[in-house]
Design a protein. Structure first.
Length: 580
């Protein structure tokens, strides 16, 4: 018997329905009104900032019209270190480009987690790894993982890095010996065929090769797994990661709005929305996730089995002494401390995190490094001279410098710092205040009312955007030539004084308890690959008119202006270097 029959009235269903419709309409109208009025009552309205050109997409059109991060630099110059920036659907964000303010957010990281629209998709993509964890979970995971990323451990991993770098070098040597060029480095087959190649050189898409090398390094050094990305025999996991990493799209303000809404939905829904979407692209990415999940789980179980069956020799885990990949060391820490352990889900989440957070970022930095060498032959020469002097004049030999010797090359170090400063993988990062706060400023800003503010009061729920690119190019910190490549600045007294961040007077690797755990790993990888390539090759632009730009995605990658449709690429001429 239906409820209304039991209650003796047949009016109830239509009454209920009408009430429901009225309530829904009322809720929608209130929500729309609140959204519409949001900018007028914004808690940040006392701050100055760029004019919003659209209620839907705020200042995003302006931000995306230029190279990633350039608009943020301009706003920081014009309005100072605390700027009100209109975002999606009338939401205001605080753009914080002040070193004291950014240091505060870095230090108080657990009160400033990533906003749900970032965290939701991050959890789906990276699993329950370090990037996704917050609060006590993050503290515990980072403590267990820290020894694996120590200098002592990286010293042991250096030969693995060199082995991959040699493989990359040999591929390019083979290409030169075969007298070929890569068609993918050109706009089309006609331009490739018309290209006049000189003796002893080739043309490659350096981004493609560096991505493959970075994937192989993280596979071997991260969890002793050969992705074989440099050879064509890439395995299932390598192929899944390559697909994930190569999926590029050109972000527009509307795409960013859709991504923002989808991110919010993903974090709010208790189930995986993508499983229900009949879109081929989404299905393809889902298949990659599934492969990543099952393969990382398989590798992890294999490692644990290895530890159990060998019965306590080697690293104290029963693993061979020479197995020193990050995952082995993390398993060791995990087993040594019974109070602090990571679950299997967290451990396999770290594998995905290492690949997705560590491979393309480092490959991108290396691509900009090679482009800089191609455009600045005198820098290339200086670096090669320093390297050969350190190697005692030995040319093209697999007998390479040790970790500490590499670390002692001042020009190479300055070069890497300057590349990382000018080309940070993340042009900005986002945080959300979980309580009301007052953010201190090192340089006061002028409010809308003309007052000088030495701190910014913010409300819980405010999204804070930190423009990494703009801060790394601050004229106040690096001088009038902040936008220029000048590696000598790193040998000068007091360079980058007053910069926020943990490493190298810049915020490329972020800072505080949530700083990039892989920064030493990335630097070692850059130095190893650069020394091997510099020893054998010299670089030049593909042609005199080529213009390279940055494309923003999850991370920033290079594109050829006018050839954007071909995806992220870095075409370069590679010549065998003269000996001596
Ligand atoms: C040039 C190369 C790299 C750059 C520029 C870079 C940059 C960054 C940045 C900016 C963050 C902070 C992101 C945020 O919280 O919004 C971060 C975090 C992280 N990075 Fe890197 N990274 C690089 C290489 C690596 C490598 C090689 C690995 C691992 C092998 C790695 C693993 C991580 C992890 C696990 C985190 C999360 C740390 C935490 O939340 O405590 N990164 N990285």
């Amino acid at each position: 018997m239906a409820l209304w029959e039991w209650m003796g009235t047949s009016e109830l269903p239509s009454l209920l329905l009408r009430s429901l419709i009225t309530l829904t309409l009322l809720a929608c109208t209130t929500a729309l009104l609140a959204l519409y009025l949001r900018p007028r009552y914004s808690s940040l309205r006392f701050l100055r900032g760029p004019v919003s050109t659209s209620y839907l997409t705020g200042c995003w059109e302006e931000a995306l019209a230029e190279e990633p991060g350039v608009a943020y630099s301009r706003w920081a110059e014009e309005y100072g270190g605390a700027v009100r920036v209109a975002s999606f659907l009338g939401e205001d964000r605080l753009m914080l480009a002040d070193s004291a303010g950014v240091n505060h957010v870095m230090k108080e990281c657990y009160s400033y987690p990533k906003p749900p629209e970032v965290r939701g998709p991050l959890g789906r993509i990276l699993g329950k790894g370090l990037q996704h964890a917050e609060g006590d979970d993050h503290r515990r995971q980072k403590r267990i993982m820290a020894p694996a990323f120590s200098t002592a451990h990286l010293r042991d991993l250096t030969p693995t890095f060199f082995a991959v770098a040699h493989k990359l070098r040999d591929h390019w040597l083979d290409l030169i010996a075969a007298g070929g060029i890569e068609e993918g480095a050109f706009k089309d087959s006609v331009t490739a065929t018309a290209f006049e190649k000189k003796e002893g050189e080739t043309v490659v898409d350096a981004m493609k090769w560096l991505s493959r090398a970075a994937l192989d390094i993280i596979g071997l050094a991260g969890f002793d797994h050969p992705f074989n990305a440099l050879s064509s025999s890439s395995d299932a996991l390598g192929a899944a990661f390559s697909t994930m990493l190569s999926s590029t799209f050109r972000p527009t303000a509307r795409i960013m709005l859709a991504a923002n809404l989808a991110g919010k939905l993903i974090s709010a829904l208790p189930f995986d929305l993508s499983a229900w979407m009949p879109v081929e692209q989404v299905r393809r990415i889902r298949r990659c996730f599934e492969t990543m999940e099952s393969e990382t789980e398989r590798i992890l179980q294999g490692k644990k089995e290895e530890a159990r069956s060998a019965g306590g020799v080697g690293l104290g885990l029963g693993m061979e002494e020479e197995k020193r990949d990050l995952m082995t060391l993390m398993l060791k820490s995990n087993l040594e401390d019974v109070k602090m352990t990571m679950s299997d889900g967290e451990l396999s989440g770290q594998m995905t995190t290492f690949v997705l957070a560590g491979a393309e970022t480092t490959a991108g930095a290396l691509a900009w490094a090679l482009k800089t060498l191609a455009e600045k032959p005198h820098v290339e020469k200086q670096l090669r001279t320093e390297l050969r002097k350190a190697k005692g004049g030995v040319v093209e030999k697999d007998d390479e410098l040790e970790y500490d010797e590499l670390d002692r090359l001042p020009l190479l170090d300055a070069f890497c710092r300057e590349i990382l400063r000018l080309h940070p993988s993340l042009p900005y990062t986002l945080r959300e205040a979980t309580s009301d706060d007052s953010i201190p400023l090192s340089t006061p800003v002028t409010s809308q009312a003309g007052q000088q503010l030495t701190a910014v009061p913010i409300k819980s729920g405010t999204v804070v955007m930190i423009p990494i690119y703009a801060m790394n190019r601050s004229r106040k910190v690096y001088g009038e030539d902040a936008d220029e490549f000048r590696m000598e600045r790193w040998t000068e007294e007091g360079v980058g004084k007053g910069a926020a961040g943990a490493w190298g007077q810049q915020i490329t690797f972020w800072g505080g308890p949530r700083a990039c755990i892989g920064y030493k790993f990335a630097l070692l990888e850059m130095k190893v690959i650069l020394t091997v390539l510099l020893d054998s090759f010299s670089f030049a632009p593909r042609d005199a008119t080529i213009k390279l730009g940055h494309r923003a995605g999850a991370i920033t990658r290079p594109i050829v202006v006018g050839e954007e449709a071909l995806g992220c690429r870095m075409p370069l001429r590679v010549r065998r270097v003269e000996e001596g």
